[in-house]
Each structure stands twice: as structure tokens, then as C-alpha cells.
Design a protein around this ligand. Structure first.
Ligand SMILES: [Zn+2]
Length: 381
């Protein structure tokens, strides 16, 4: 991981106070007045005034007039100047590369995708950097404002974060991250796709004032996962926690991409109802809606095995189970049935409301990867 050297926090208490003022304004849902800041943060009004002035001078705050008032002089509030900086999330997959630009408040600025079918690391890097340059140019993004580029990859990254050990869907093995980071002309961070999507869900939860305790299942061509405990991503001894796709849900069952049998991914990855049967995901769900007997039978089997995996996660971690990824977009009509199947396997609760759909299922990975730079920036102000 390349640590952006511009993010070093200024030392000392003054900097801490400024950071508290900025973070309070950043996370507030409404514009914040100086009186509010003084009261909520236990600061004197002159101290608040001084810090606001510095943040305004750095272009990080916007003054808002005409906010709600209980009488007297209409107060002036402050919000974060969200367009001051940008971050970019990039999603690498077997058939395309997708780019998403976010501003400082995580508002979407641009979204674009290109096809890719590269079979080796060098060609992939060329396609990615060319696509990134075109994305920035096409959408007239100011490159001076870019804090960093976060890239997600559907594969396991080694403990020292030096290489992608293996990405079965992209046919990549021992892919060195340094060569990718060297080729991207911005601070660059590479992360497993499911870990990034789980991190995005954590950012959404934090913004809602929740702490964040959940296991995240990324349901796409493969099945990935992330474990968020007590508001933090649990990485594991080897940095490979959350590989829920390779939990066994059917001993001796279907052959998995990892070479073993009976994994959750072998049963619930979208490859099972697309590649194996020669149709697209949309075609499969359309035939399911029409009541095609084969599709219904296959889907019931998928739900059964998904329920086994989810119930096991619930038993292990006693937390919410969040379902994300492209397949989760199709899950809404089947959520009640899935919860029923999970509850059947849960000796401790009658229902399974703890199974829920994640936000931004298709973009979460990119939001998480781009969001990493926003989080670092917020800490550094
Ligand atoms: Zn497996």
C-alpha cells in the first residue's frame, strides 16, 4: 500500500482541535453554527472562530446563510466544501473495468466503464491506466484535486500487501501490486473487492450513527466476504478473514474455483446459473420469474445453501449478515423465503431479520476503495 505522504496529521493540540471542528461539521447532517460547535465540543467561541477561519482559508468549508433559526439575527452555518477534493474507485473484474469518482462528501461525480479481456498483468495495467486517464479527461475531472485511486480486485491479497496471490475469475496469480501502483500517477491503494464493499457498508452505517457489527457477503460471479466487528474490519492472522465463499456448505459437493468441493461459492456464485448453463444472469432471473421448473429448482437449491452459509455466520459471530454484490440486486423478492430458511437453522431466534441487503450493491466496492482516501483525509485535516 502506498501511504500518501500529504496526509500526515499536523502534531499538537491545536491541530487536534481543528480536526475535531472539521470532523464535527463533516459528519453533521445540517450546517453547523459556531455557537453549536462551541457548545458541543466544549470550546470557547474565539477558539471556534479561529479554527473556522483557518478551515475556510484552506477552502474546506462553505458558509451557509438562511438556515433555520429560533429568532433574532439569522445564523450563519458551515458545511464542508465537498468539491474541493476527489477520490476515484476502480473495480477490476474479468470482463470490465469500472471507474467511479466521488467528492469529499462521497457524492458521485462520474461513473464510467470499459471492457477488458486482458490475460496478463502488464496488459491489464496498460488498459487500466489508459482507461483511468480517459475517465479523468472525459469527465473533466481536475487531476490536482484527486486524493487517490482505490482499486478493487476479486482475489486474495497477501499478508504483506505485495501481491494478489490468486484471482480465479481474472486468471491472475502472483500479480505484484507495486507495478500497478507505480503505473498509476496518484496515491494508489489496492484491496480485495469484498473487503472494500464491506468497508463501504461500514461507512454508510457510521454516517447513520451506527457502530458497525456485521458479516458482509459479496454475491457476484464468485462469493466474497468481509467481517466488521465493533466498527472495525477484522483482517485475520494472514489478512484473509471473510473468505466466506470457501466455507464448506455441502461436504463432497460441487467443485469450486478453489479446487475443493462443496464451497458456498460453488453453490451460490452467479457462475452456477450463468456460465454453467450458458445464459446471462438477467435471463436466468427472467426464467425464474416466469416459473420455469428447472430455474425454480436451481434457485431453491441456491437459497438453501446460502441459508446454510448465513446461519453458520450468525452462529459464529452473532451479528447482522449483510448481502451485497450484483446478485443481491435480485434478492429482494426472495428475502422473506431466505430469512425463513435461515431461521430454521437458528436455534436462538424465531425470525432472521438480521439478514439484510447492503446499500449500493454494485458500487459498494468502488465506494469503499475511494472512501479509504476520504477517511485518511478527514483524519489528516
Ligand atoms: Zn472454494
Amino acid at each position: 500500500m502506498t501511504t500518501p505522504n500529504t496526509f500526515e496529521p499536523a502534531p499538537g493540540r491545536r491541530a487536534q482541535t481543528k480536526n475535531r471542528v472539521f470532523q464535527y461539521i463533516y459528519y453533521a447532517k445540517e450546517p453547523v453554527t459556531q455557537q453549536q460547535l462551541a457548545y458541543e465540543l466544549g470550546l470557547s467561541l474565539p477558539t471556534v472562530h479561529q479554527n473556522i477561519a483557518e478551515l475556510e482559508e484552506e477552502g474546506l468549508l462553505l458558509k451557509v446563510t438562511g438556515i433555520k433559526s429560533t429568532g433574532g439575527r439569522p445564523p450563519v452555518g458551515y458545511t464542508v466544501s465537498s468539491g474541493q477534493f476527489l477520490t476515484i474507485g476502480v473495480k477490476l473484474s474479468a470482463s470490465q473495468i469500472r471507474f467511479l469518482a466521488l467528492d469529499l462528501m462521497r457524492n458521485e461525480v462520474a461513473d464510467q466503464r470499459i471492457a477488458q479481456h486482458e490475460q496478463d498483468g502488464e496488459s491489464l495495467i496498460r488498459t487500466l491506466t489508459g482507461g483511468l486517464a480517459a475517465f479523468i479527461k472525459d469527465n473533466r475531472l481536475d487531476s490536482r484535486k484527486i486524493l487517490g485511486v482505490g482499486i478493487t480486485i476479486p482475489g486474495a491479497i497477501d499478508k504483506n500487501r505485495e501481491k494478489v496471490l490468486v484471482s480465479p475469475s481474472m486468471h491472475i496469480r502472483d500479480f505484484r501490486l507495486q507495478s500497478l501502483q507505480d503505473a498509476v500517477p496518484y496515491p494508489c491503494y489496492v484491496e480485495n473487492d469484498a473487503a472494500s464493499a464491506g468497508y463501504a457498508e461500514l461507512l454508510f452505517e457510521t454516517a447513520d450513527g451506527r457502530k458497525g457489527d456485521f458479516a458482509y457477503l459479496l454475491l457476484e460471479y464468485g462469493v466474497g466476504g468481509a467481517l466488521i466487528l465493533d466498527g472495525r474490519q477484522y483482517k485475520g492472522t494472514n489478512g484473509r478473514s471473510g473468505e466466506f465463499g470457501h466455507m464448506c456448505v455441502h461436504p463432497g459437493g460441487l467443485l469450486c474455483n478453489c479446487g475443493r468441493r462443496g464451497c458456498l461459492e460453488a453453490y451460490c456464485g452467479a457462475l452456477r446459473y450463468t456460465r454453467d448453463i450458458g445464459r446471462t444472469s438477467d435471463e436466468f432471473f427472467e426464467s425464474l420469474r416466469r416459473g420455469n421448473a428447472d430455474s425454480v429448482s436451481l434457485w431453491n437449491d441456491i437459497l438453501q445453501h446460502l441459508a446454510v452459509g448465513i446461519a453458520n455466520l450468525r452462529m459464529a459471530f452473532d451479528c447482522d449478515i449483510v448481502l451485497g454484490g450484483a446478485t443481491s440486486l435480485q434478492l429482494e423478492p426472495y428475502l422473506t423465503e431466505l430469512r425463513r430458511l435461515v431461521a430454521e437453522r437458528d436455534p436462538f431466534s424465531d425470525g432472521a431479520d438480521y439478514v439484510r441487503l447492503g446499500r449500493e450493491p454494485e458500487k459498494a466496492g468502488m465506494i469503499g476503495a475511494a472512501g479509504y482516501f476520504i477517511t485518511e483525509f478527514i483524519k489528516s485535516v
